[in-house]
Design a protein around this ligand. Structure first.
Ligand code: HEC
Ligand code: HEC
Ligand code: HEC
Ligand code: HEC
Ligand code: HEC
Length: 317
């Protein structure tokens, strides 16, 4: 009886969901993008700017907007290191030269740095590696125009609006449905003014930490043939902050309380730095007579107590 009731309840719940247009069956696979330009155009955020100016300007300044290049220009070169010192040296990766690289190989970084890469052909994976190599060569050659052009190309691949508001918006897809190609996901539902995406639907976990946890990592990515480990902060959030009684979500600290909205920042931002630590410093002078010859030795005693107020260990990544 109990089981039947649960089944009926689930059935009803799923019907209610579908009637709100929340449920989506798995959409037909979109044709694979064949070039960087095609993939970038599919996830271009600039069309959202005119109506969502604030979100756009905040996002544009965020690390997500340069998730392949890196704000410090470190990410792209590190991807090459992963290719040259990883993939090419691993005996069973199938990669001996750049021409052997496939999307699957780059996914051990792109899973989080560019999840939409799984909608592209292997040619795009090779084009990415080639573009980063050409960019580094342009630096060596001091060719400023080419540096700018290639930097822009690498930066065109990023975690844009539709990565978060569509591609990774729904986490429990069997329950909540698959993201649909004509819909933006957020807190609202109904019609959306943008003719390219005429519908809005609710993404039930968008305001929850688990949403950010998809990329901010728990540890090694065991689901991959070759697990990688980069970001582990969601793990420390779950296993240290929450058990200690912490209850803020990532969004509460990184979007709301700091007032930065879509410009999710960390140690590069004054407000975040101020939110990070409580530091108590106590200092005193101390004089110590060691022996007659050396006389009095002045010492300083400094006592520092640091309390981490972030919802996780720092630093990370
Ligand atoms: C022509 C104007 C227009 C364009 C272009 C547009 N939007 Fe919107 N969008 C709106 C309006 C209006 C709303 C409803 C806002 C409200 O009712 O508070 C909205 C709502 C949304 C919401 C739901 C907001 C919430 O509170 O959950 C999301 C997400 C969203 N848009 C994302 C996007 C993205 C991503 C793009 C670019 C692909 C985009 N929009 C382009 C006008 C636009
Ligand atoms: C589980 C998701 C995930 C995977 C997989 C991943 N990264 Fe990251 N990476 C992140 C996140 C999130 C950050 C930044 C946030 C942080 O510091 O925790 C980051 C930060 C970085 C940084 C630091 C950027 C800077 O400017 O400080 C580099 C470099 C980097 N990643 C390269 C790579 C490379 C190369 C790979 C593949 C071998 C990879 N990552 C795989 C999620 C990931
Ligand atoms: C890294 C993921 C991420 C990216 C990228 C992103 N958003 Fe959001 N967005 C969110 C989350 C999470 C919320 C919900 C915030 C909350 O619940 O506190 C949100 C909320 C919104 C809302 C609702 C109102 C508001 O401002 O809170 C709009 C509109 C929106 N985003 C538009 C955009 C647009 C336009 C872009 C691109 C310029 C964009 N978002 C990029 C994660 C993202
Ligand atoms: C699709 C994957 C993805 C999602 C979803 C995502 N992030 Fe990120 N985030 C990244 C990556 C990758 C980086 C680092 C890019 C780099 O430096 O190369 C990053 C960087 C950051 C940074 C900057 C770290 C630094 O070193 O300055 C902050 C803060 C951040 N994310 C917070 C969030 C929050 C909060 C959410 C949820 C609302 C979120 N992210 C959702 C992938 C993601
Ligand atoms: C209680 C507030 C709070 C919560 C909750 C929180 N953060 Fe943070 N986070 C901070 C502050 C403050 C910093 C700045 C300190 C720093 O970067 O060293 C920070 C730093 C970061 C960084 C940069 C880490 C680094 O290398 O120093 C990332 C990435 C990040 N947070 C993502 C997240 C994600 C994802 C979540 C949710 C799983 C989350 N944060 C939850 C307050 C919070």
């Amino acid at each position: 009886m109990g089981v039947l009731r649960v089944v009926t309840f689930l059935f009803l719940v799923s019907c209610v969901w579908s009637s709100y247009g929340l449920c989506g069956t798995k959409p037909a696979e979109v044709p694979k993008a064949k070039t960087i330009a095609e993939l970038a155009a599919r996830y271009d955020s600039s069309s959202c700017q005119e109506c969502h100016e604030e979100a756009y300007e905040q996002w544009e300044n965020s690390v997500h907007a340069v998730s392949m290049l890196g704000v410090t220009l470190r990410t792209a070169p590190t991807i090459l290191t992963a290719v040259d010192k990883g993939l090419k040296l691993f005996p069973y990766s199938g990669v001996k030269e750049d021409k052997d690289i496939t999307v699957e190989h780059l996914m051990f970084c792109a899973k989080c740095h560019l999840p939409q890469l799984d909608e592209a052909t292997d040619d795009v994976a090779r084009e990415i590696v080639k573009t980063i190599r050409d960019w580094q060569k342009a630096y060596a050659d001091d060719d400023d125009d080419l540096i700018d052009e290639l930097e822009e190309k690498i930066a065109s691949l990023n975690i844009g609006c539709m990565v978060c508001h569509n591609k990774v918006a729904i986490i429990h897809k069997w329950q909540d449905g698959y993201p649909q190609p004509d819909t933006v996901y957020g807190a609202l539902e109904g019609e959306h003014d943008d003719p390219a995406y005429p519908k809005m639907a609710k993404a039930p976990a968008m305001s929850e930490s688990i949403f950010c946890g998809q990329c901010h990592g728990e540890g090694p990515n065991f689901e991959l043939d070759q697990p990688s480990q980069c970001a582990t902060l969601y793990g420390t959030y779950l296993f240290t902050y929450i058990p200690e009684g912490g209850h803020d979500s990532c969004q509460e600290c990184h979007m709301a309380k700091c007032g930065l909205g879509h410009d999710m920042q960390a140690y590069r931002d004054e407000t975040m730095i101020k939110m990070a630590l409580d530091i108590e410093v106590d200092a005193m002078a101390h004089f110590w007579r060691k022996n007659k010859a050396e006389g009095i030795i002045p010492l300083g005693v400094v006592k520092v107590e640091m309390f981490n107020k972030c919802g996780h260990a720092i630093p990370d990544g």
